[in-house]
Design a protein around this ligand. Sequence first.
Ligand code: AP5
Length: 192
Amino acid sequence: MRLLLLGAPGSGKGTQAARLKDSLGVPHISTGDLLRAEVAAGSKLGLEAKEVMARGELVSDAILLGMLEDRFSRADTAGGFILDGYPRNLAQADALDKLLARIGQPMDFAVQLEVPAELLVERIAGRAKAEGRADDNPESVRKRLQVYESQTAPVIGFYRQHGQLTVVDGVGELDVVFARIIEAISPGHDVG
Ligand code: AP5
């Protein structure tokens, strides 16, 4: 199964990807987690990305594509993957499409998690208290939501046009949202 999760910051991509990984037996590839690991390691890439992430802006497409190519070259992705946090703009969607075509692993589904804006802000505020993520402060959250609307939301149309999009209501108990995703990617479910 080759799956990507789309949705605004706080929509539950990371949370549901962790569950899907166990259920589907494929790796969870989160570009946010990959970047945070580089920041924590103090690598050159991490140093470049740190301030950009803290401001809630997008790290450069070239850095992200290099990171993804590297990740997809690992053997554990041969049986599929769950991608979370990429693509975040149309250029990345196009680059991903070409990369997956080149390695013979076309995307099966793009699942969009829909959650109202006020609930996104509430969830991220909850995580800020619990975890203290550097970009979960009100100013960066505002910027991340703006970036999502202006740059990432158009990616939804890209996958709709490619007949790979399935939209899932992301509001509700974790188990309920998870069950909706499983149903949405089950054989016979309409995508478009
Ligand atoms: P990234 O780590 O991808 O952050 P994000 O997209 O802002 O996503 P979040 O982690 O905030 O939300 P999520 O949808 O995963 O929700 P979660 O499951 O955590 O990216 C961070 C930064 O890295 C970017 O801003 C950018 O700078 C850079 N970056 C990453 N990818 C990039 C790319 N491709 N190009 C350029 N730059 C890139 O849930 C949030 C909270 O809600 C949690 O506390 C969770 O417990 C709770 N929650 C989840 N589901 C529910 C539910 N159903 N009910 C109640 N609470 C829930």
